[in-house]
Design a protein around this ligand. Structure first.
Ligand code: 2M8
Length: 403
């Protein structure tokens, strides 16, 4: 088993000079966006609140000062092993001088700051971050939006890279013929990572950037929650202007989701290029638990799905139900359980007053984190450890959950 001592070793081993924490050695050598947010909780749980704030500060220091984008990756110039590296992007540079990508990731940082603040962290430290968070969310909800939901321009932007949700829109992309060697496959077994066929299309989107445009209801729900949380932390800091804007933004994003939800109250993925709605039993449903405006019947439905229904696993919440066409229980975001999804669903349930359900999901998260090696994801039925070992957000969320 892996326990608190090992989780701490994972975080300390992946720490880069007290500035940021990489997701996993060997596979992900840069700073990733939502990883850093989850990782901040791990540092706080270790009693290192200053280090937790520095994780969030370094994330936001990489913001593009021209349009407010906080990229999915801020590149470490000393690390050259990861593809696609900076040369594949347009040449953006973050406010702190680091090269960054052109796409974002679910903006959970504001939600993490609220969670830290609710548990007694010194919110004053967030004051300089408020304008940065406001610009980032403005970039997503106002500048890059379709009907008040952020338009997602790459599967990597969702954080759920090869989810079955994107099979249809990804299949319409012209594959690139310039894909660099797959360095991930030097470290991880082929059947636990996306095939070359998918990678050719992920690079194809980089070459033709409007070839993938979707609404991901999970991304939208996390954005709406982030805006609502920004509104609360800004109001706690007496920043009335930011609080007011964020309150509006949260309402707009929620309303957009509500307006295109099905009879069960849950919104589908929408492919903006073909116009198709894609409604599959995946984490795209479960993560809508973060919507603060869900009707009680929808909360009940989703609670059942994640606790004992199609998305339930003894190790947390499945990225896809076993019944999803294309389900692969060992392949990345096509079936395995991921600790961040489990943790976010628990947070959503707790915010809807479902304390017992939240506690049950957290105990499943700890079962995942106890799997030998503190793994990136696990097989949903057997708990077999998959992907990277020594994975930072698995360690961080387990430390937070047990603190
Ligand atoms: C995975 O994504 C990266 C690209 O961003 C990759 O496959 O190389 C995803 O699991 C993503 O959610 C995560 O943030 C990242 C780093 O852990 O890895």
């Amino acid at each position: 088993v892996t326990d608190a001592g090992d989780w701490e070793v994972v975080l300390r081993g992946n720490d880069r000079d007290g500035h940021h924490t990489i997701p996993a050695a060997g596979l992900y050598p840069h700073q990733w966006n939502w990883d850093s947010a989850f990782i901040a909780l791990g540092w706080a749980a270790l009693g290192e609140e200053d280090r937790a704030w520095r994780e969030l500060e370094s994330l936001l220091a990489g913001q593009d000062p021209t349009d407010g984008l906080v990229a999915h990756i801020a590149f470490d110039p000393a690390a050259t092993s990861y593809e696609p590296g900076p040369r594949w992007w347009s040449g953006r540079v973050g406010g702190d001088g680091r090269r960054i990508s052109d796409i974002s990731q679910p903006p959970v940082a504001a939600t993490i700051i609220r969670v830290l603040s609710d548990s007694g962290a010194d919110l004053e430290r967030a004051r300089p971050l408020l304008p940065l968070l406001r610009r980032w969310l403005g970039c997503l909800i106002e500048d890059r939006s379709h009907g008040d939901e952020p338009v997602v321009g790459h599967p990597w932007e969702t954080g759920r890279d090869n989810s079955i949700d994107w099979d249809l829109p990804v299949s319409a992309v012209t594959p690139s013929t310039r894909v660099p060697g797959r360095r991930d496959l030097a470290v991880i077994a082929d059947d636990e990572r996306p095939p070359d066929r998918d990678y050719a299309r992920y690079y194809g989107i980089l070459e033709s950037s409007d070839s993938f445009r979707i609404l991901d209801p999970a991304f939208s729900a996390m954005t709406a929650a982030a805006a609502a949380d920004l509104s609360i932390i800004a109001s706690d800091l007496d920043d009335v202007e930011t609080a007011g804007w964020a309150f509006w933004a949260a309402g707009a994003a929620r309303e957009a989701l509500r307006s295109r939800a099905g009879d069960d109250g849950v919104a589908p993925v929408r492919d903006l290029l073909s116009g198709a709605d894609i409604a599959l039993p995946t984490a795209s449903r479960a993560l809508q638990l973060l919507r603060g405006d869900l009707d009680p019947a929808t909360v009940e439905l989703l609670a059942r799905e994640v606790l004992n229904g199609a998305l339930a696993s003894p190790f947390g919440v499945r990225s896809a139900a076993a019944s999803t066409p294309g389900f692969e229980p060992r392949n990345y975001w096509r079936g395995p359980v991921w600790a961040n999804v489990t943790w976010l669903c628990a947070l959503g349930l707790e915010r809807h007053g479902r304390t017992k359900a939240a506690a049950e999901l957290r105990s499943r998260l700890l079962r995942h984190a106890a799997v030998e090696g503190c793994r990136e994801y696990v097989e949903p039925d057997t708990g077999e450890g998959l992907g990277a070992a020594g994975f930072s957000w698995t360690a961080a969320l387990a430390l937070w959950t047990t603190s």
